[in-house]
Design a protein around this ligand. Sequence first.
Ligand code: TXA
Ligand code: MG
Length: 356
Amino acid sequence: MKKTLVLKVNPKYPEINAIRIAANFIKRGSLVAFPTETVYGLGADALNLKAVGALFEAKKRPLDNPPIVHVGDAKDVLRLAKEIPPKAKNLMKYFWPGPLTLIFRRSKIVPNVTVAGLGTIAVRMPRHSVALTLIRESGCSIAAPSANLAGKPSPTMAKHVLHDLDGRIDVVLDAGSTHIGVESTVLDITVNPPQILRPGGTPYEVLKNILGKVELHPAADAQMELAVNEVRSPGMRHRHYAPDADVIVVEGELSAVVSKVKELTEYYMTGGRGKVGVLATDETIGSYQTDIAKSLGSRRNLAGIAKNLFRLLREFDTEGVDVIIAEGVTTEGLGLAVMNRLRRSSGYRIVKAKSC
Ligand code: TXA
Ligand code: MG
């Protein structure tokens, strides 16, 4: 066990001394968790083979699932990628810094472990002062998967990072809650038309506006596990976002969803299956009588729902809930990222509620 150093920093105007301490850890090949606008990442020097190896170990992450490499300047991609296609230049101009990860063909200087032996590399420039200042002060490109133990919901607060990784990493930069709450959109621009491998903070509709044509990989809105040969992003293969509690997602027209959630809640409560939690919305939470009900926020505010999702899944665990029955939301806009995470957190235990 190491001692994990927690450094509190201001999210907008981070104290440079704290950032420099953290940057020195990165330079020495150590592991630093830091906030981005999406979720907290666990950072290591992307070109330091040993540091990236330690990153996989700390997270207990399977070695076939490569992290995203974070840059502090769009120009840094030139070192990491073999080429920057014209489409990518345009996307970088519009969306960086921001929650869009682009898949490029990789250059030779990137160690195999950083890209899990693939011919491609995932890169993004985050829109968060702490992240950007850390990257620039370290002088490194920083490989940073979400700072959770593999398979668990991504951390949106420093306390989530410590819950999973205290004693396993060197530093946490604590700058409060992240703004977006779901991870970046992963877009493969090595194929034509470009393909969304993971929906996230930059919605499909927004990318379509800029690109004209963009495809959604079947996994993005999958409602069941994909066959291994359909998997294009290594992360699709692994169980993800799962709290300790079992999750069941109920989808359909809203009134039918409410009836079905009530029915399932009663079933689980009377069946003596332990503590039952309902993940509801502001519009519906008053309908439920259960051990614990929590609201993701209003259905009219998908950004709020995205921001709250992982925090609430973790809260149910802290409160000892055994089964979470979760209402589905729309798959429009940020809703697609929310539903992708919820469905995967349930291991695709999805109940379709039908109106009578
Ligand atoms: O918002 C985010 O993206 C956060 C913050 C910390 O930046 N990071 C994050 O990283 O979510 P991670 O490692 O948890 O997720 C990276 C995703 C995985 O699904 C992985 O399989 C995919 O990106 N990925 C990485 N390299 C890839 C590649 N070369 N080709 C296809 N997918 C790749
Ligand atoms: Mg992750």
